[in-house]
Design a binder for this molecule. Sequence first.
Ligand code: SF4
Ligand code: SF4
Length: 181
Amino acid sequence: MLGFGILRGLLITAKNFVGSYHDPSRLTTIQYPEERARLPENYRNFPFLVYEDEAGACEGLRCVACRMCELECPPRCIAIEVARSAEGKPLKRPAVFNVDVSVCMGCGICVEVCPFDSIKMDHQFEIASTGGAGAFLLGLGQLAKPNSYYHQIRPVEAAAVDEKRRQRRERAGAAVASAAD
Ligand code: SF4
Ligand code: SF4
C-alpha cells in the first residue's frame, strides 16, 4: 500500500529514538569517572609483566631477562639489566626492567616477540601525572602484575596462555622422563 513503507520507517525511527533514552545498553555516553565502560579484551595501552600469583612478584615473575623485547622495541623504550648472583653469574630474571611509557607507542611488538608470555599489554590508561618525565619511567614495582589480573583484563587470551604453558611443562616433563630411562 502506498505510504505504508514510509509509515513503517517512521515508526522504526521513533522506536529507536525513544529507546536510545531508556535502554541503558544503547546509551552512547557514560558518567565517567563515576561509571566506567568495560574495555574490549584486545584494547592495549602500555605493557606490563606477568607473575604467578602463588609464587609472588619476585619469584613468580615469568620474565627470564632474555632481552628480546628490549632489542625489538622500535623506539627502544625498554631497558633491562640482568640480575646476577653473588659470584657474578647471570640469573634468569631482571634486576632492572624499565619501560618509558612517554616513548612507548603501544605497538605490542614486545608481546609478540616474548618467548615466555611474560609481557602483555595493559588496559590501564589513567596515567596522567604532574610528576615530570620521571613519572613515566615505570619499573618492576609498577610493571609486575599477577596472572589473576591478566585473567581479569584478558580472560580469553590468558586462559589460552595458561593452557599453552601447561602443555609446555608436560612436554618438558616427558622429555626429562624419557632421558632418564
Ligand atoms: S608496546 Fe611497542 S613501543 Fe611499547 S614497549 Fe612494547 S615494543 Fe616498545
Ligand atoms: S619480557 Fe619476555 S622477551 Fe622481554 S626480557 Fe622478559 S622474557 Fe625476554
